[in-house]
Design a protein around this ligand. Structure first.
Ligand code: SF4
Length: 508
């Protein structure tokens, strides 16, 4: 068998990572095989690499304290498969990194654990929470994560087909050391009666067809693209094709609905839509343009007009800001993988001039995080009451501060925090101004997209919040002050960009 043929067989296997990729972006499995390979970015994104490393480190930690197990993590894949089958036949209690291959399915669960009835249950170790949306306060346990469920379903499917399981179940060993049982025959939620198993079967079949080039789907310009090696390639396609996802707020599913129901595939054709006629048609046929109401359709037509005709930003209402002595442009940096806020940055503009202030945790400890937050509030309290305004971009700051308040309730009371964000001089530029009052000839309304449009340049050539997290983790390990300077400069530039945007909005 030639090397190339073996390679082709390997990439045609349905694996847990291909199912994960499909959930992230249904176009990815196809593009990985059939896309223009010369356009794929070869270097791994440093943030993605950091997540992998963290995942592996955690897995090693867990494995180190799990007791006796059969290690099948090394060697060639065919041998590992044979050894896995033999080990399961011999009722080995715990198998690490066994290989399950059946037809075109291949699963490598972190652990296979023997059950009292002689069957096996697959276990995956994850450096994240076992469920999503859990809330300690309300006692809500949260719900299973779709991508975890689908990966466990693949392992379970292999075990069923190999005759080593008769239940559709799996376990996630999560970051808190909890074993979270996934009942794969359970519905996905109270409103979604489709079971996780049915979801898995549906995704598995689509991935098989995509890998075989029997079906194709289109790229879409979306948030998840930024960490994908196909980012530049797909963005180029979106722009060249004048695809609808090149318009802000147009996700893949609305794009597909419009493509299918109206045959409209280009932004320029959105301009020709008559929203009144479409609404009449919707009245007669409820399945027509599902989830797209009048206001969404109107916004699409306005945005298409800004992109194709006006070619410059537009304000639909007069935008006014508070006239005060102190203007603060504020941005935080946090690492969601360990729920840690390491930097509160403020660019201050006052009659005395401009300056950047940072309140930074230089260690990953509760004390350091609390001290930085406390210093930030002391600074805010030192400002002349009613003579300052604060600008930030998106609800992230507010949401994160609510969590910090719960964690360190002796720094500031909930009432004080709520009063701060309810103050009309404390303004979320994205939610309260950009979204409600403006449109831009851009596919994204992120602070980076808008500030760059207004002529602002970050000192760092590859600025991103994800990279800042990677730099911070690097700093913690090496304590290299040059890395800290890079983090601070990036945050300062984010704050300045908010200032540039505020001034730009005022001029609109
Ligand atoms: S860049 Fe975006 S559309 Fe393209 S494969 Fe990646 S996630 Fe999908």
């Amino acid at each position: 068998m030639s090397y190339k043929f073996i390679l082709t067989l390997e990439i045609m296997y349905i694996t847990a990572s291909k199912l994960y990729d499909y959930i992230q972006c249904p176009h990815r499995p196809w593009r990985d095989i059939w896309g223009p390979q010369e356009e794929k970015i070869q270097e791994t994104n440093p943030f993605v690499e950091m997540l992998w490393e963290k995942g592996i480190k955690y897995e090693m930690e867990v494995i180190g304290k799990i007791g006796e197990y059969l290690d099948l993590s090394k060697g060639n894949i065919e041998d590992r498969y044979t050894q896995t089958i033999e080990a399961m036949k011999a009722e080995t209690p715990l198998i690490y990194q066994g290989v399950l291959t059946v037809g075109n399915l291949r699963g490598i669960p972190d652990l296979l654990r023997l059950q009292p009835d002689g069957t096996y249950i697959p276990i995956d170790i994850k450096s994240g929470m076992g469920r999503e949306g859990a809330d300690e306060e309300s006692g809500d346990e949260g719900k299973p994560k779709k991508h975890y469920a689908v990966q466990l379903a693949l392992y379970s499917d292999c075990l069923l087909k190999l005759g080593f399981e008769h239940n559709r179940k799996g376990i996630i060993y999560d970051i808190d050391g909890n074993e979270v049982l996934y009942e794969l025959d359970a519905p996905q939620g109270p409103r979604n009666k489709e079971t996780f198993w049915e979801l898995y079967e549906d995704i598995r079949e689509k991935v098989i067809l995509l890998l075989g080039n029997q079906i194709q789907n289109k790229p879409a310009y979306q948030g998840v693209c930024k960490l994908c090696p196909w980012y530049t390639s797909c963005k180029k396609w979106v722009m060249y094709s004048d695809d609808l996802t090149g318009m802000f707020y147009m996700g893949r599913s609305w794009r597909d609905t419009i493509n299918q129901d109206l045959g409209v595939t280009k932004i320029e054709d959105i301009l020709k839509l008559n929203v009144d006629d479409l609404m009449d048609q919707k009245e007669k046929d409820k399945s027509f343009l599902k989830n797209l109401g009048r206001s969404r359709l109107d916004s699409m037509v306005s945005r298409a007009n800004v992109i194709k005709n006006l070619k410059k930003p537009i304000a639909y209402n007069k935008i006014e800001f508070p006239k005060v002595q102190y203007e603060l442009f504020f941005d935080i940096e946090d690492d969601p993988t360990q729920e840690f806020v390491y930097l509160h940055g403020v660019y201050e503009r006052s009659p005395q001039g401009e300056r950047f202030l940072n309140f930074t945790a230089r260690e990953i400890t509760h004390e350091a995080e609390k001290q930085a937050w406390s210093d930030f509030w002391n600074y805010i309290k030192s400002l002349p009451e009613n003579d300052y305004s604060v600008y930030y971009y998106s609800h992230h700051e507010k949401t994160t501060y609510k969590k910090l308040q719960k964690k360190y309730s002796d720094v500031i009371t909930l009432e004080e925090l709520e009063n701060f964000f309810e103050n009309p001089n404390v303004i979320d530029l994205y939610t309260d101004v950009v979204l409600k009052n403006t449109d831009w000839p851009l596919p994204s309304y992120s602070i980076k997209a808008l500030a760059v449009y207004l002529g602002f340049e970050w000192r760092d050539k590859t600025p991103s919040g994800a990279l800042s997290i990677q730099w911070f983790n690097d700093y913690i390990e090496k304590k290299d002050e040059q890395i800290m300077t890079r983090i601070l400069e990036y945050n300062e530039d984010d704050c300045k960009a908010t200032m540039v945007l505020k001034d730009g909005l005022e001029k609109l």
